[in-house]
Design a protein around this ligand. Structure first.
Ligand code: G3I
Length: 329
């Protein structure tokens, strides 16, 4: 087998992974994180779904544990995510008819959460996934309903996050931007409009949940367009499912799907490597081992998919070598 050199020593920028408190005591997970990664993103425990309780109170036990863990290991901590259409919380849903109260609670939530780790968190996904699924428009959600429009909730979130965490890089984050050029273009137009409106967006996140069947070149093309803003870029949630566009059982030989996967991942990593250093915020994968992956947890798992850098036993997958080679290792 090929040598497995620590990614964080090969890459000239931070290499991150998603984490949750349930993984912190797993010895294999701990060894892989210590060896390869220099940044952590809480996979779900720093989101509203965990923090905001039904009575409006805030619970920080789990995200605090992740913050302490990162500090103790000398890992950068990335905040994910303050405002997301998918976290349509009943507490806020109940307030959409009273704009003043909604705005006050919105500001309070962001101030409390983004303010809590203000001296530690290097960046925040301030607004996650504002573009519609088909990529043609922007999502209507509890936040746009409560604050009177999409631009209104996004601008307010960034302004409040800047007040709460002035040293953090503030990201707009979305997915399928490489997979779906229409969505990528809508995201870029949204960024341009928000920046013109004065939104303190200081980082651009592309989640990079890659579709291995997209044409060669599409990923690199999007990265070049994204780089035009001159802002730090976060490959925020890389994974590359081997699934035959979601069909089970897979129709093509595994070897062929792995070849497609490593080609697309290499293209992304090479495109990120080609950015100026000031724009290479971090390169984050959405989990350590295939069995840590959100699509492999629970009863949906047939044990076949291999979307991440390491297999269930912590051995390097072909995707690891694609990334390491692109990083020049
Ligand atoms: O583990 C707990 C369990 O103890 C508890 O009883 C149960 C009660 O709901 O929750 C379980 O936690 C689940 C957690 O995943 C860990 O498996 C949460 O319910 C579930 O909501 C959470 O899902 C996360 C999802 O975002 C929603 O937050 C996934 O882990 C996470 O991978 C996924 O990540 C998103 C990014 O934030 C944004 N981009 C897309 C990406 C994939 O959907």
């Amino acid at each position: 087998d090929r040598p497995v050199r620590p990614l964080k020593s090969i890459a000239p920028f931070p290499v991150g992974t998603a984490c949750m408190t349930g993984q912190l005591s797993d010895q294999v997970w701990f060894r892989l994180v210590s060896e390869h990664f220099s940044q952590l993103t809480p996979e779900w425990e720093m989101k509203m779904e965990y923090i905001l309780q039904g009575d409006g109170s805030l619970k920080f036990d789990a995200p605090d544990r992740i913050a302490y863990f990162a500090r103790d290991l000398g890992l950068r901590l990335f905040g994910h995510a303050l405002i997301w259409y998918a976290q349509d919380h009943p507490w806020f849903r109940a307030l959409t008819g009273d704009r003043a109260r909604f705005a006050a609670e919105y500001d309070h939530y962001i101030a409390e959460v983004a303010g809590r780790w203000r001296s530690q968190v290097v960046g925040w996904d301030v607004v996650n996934e504002p573009v519609s699924e088909d990529g043609r428009g922007l999502r209507d959600c509890v936040w746009s309903q409560g604050l009177g429009g999409v631009d209104a909730y996004i601008l307010r979130a960034f302004e409040q996050a800047k007040l709460a965490a002035p040293d953090a890089v503030l990201f707009l984050n979305d997915y399928n931007l490489e997979n779906n050029p229409v969505k990528g273009a809508t995201y870029l137009r949204l960024v341009e409009r928000l920046l013109k409106a004065g939104a303190p967006i200081t980082g651009l996140g592309t989640q990079s949940h890659l579709d291995i069947d997209i044409p060669a070149g599409q990923t690199a093309a999007f990265m070049r367009e994204l780089a035009q803003f001159g802002l730090p870029i976060h490959v925020a949630e890389l994974d590359a499912s081997l699934r035959d566009d979601g069909r089970l059982p897979d129709l093509r030989p595994r070897r062929q799907r792995i070849e497609r996967q490593t080609a697309r991942v290499a293209e992304l990593a090479e495109a990120f490597m080609a950015l100026p250093r000031a724009q290479q915020f971090a390169f984050t994968v959405w989990g350590v081992r295939d069995t840590d992956h959100w699509l492999r947890r629970g009863n949906k798992d047939d044990g076949q998919d291999s979307p991440l850098l390491f297999d269930a036993a912590g051995r390097a997958n072909p995707m690891f070598h694609a990334v390491a080679d692109a990083f020049g290792g």
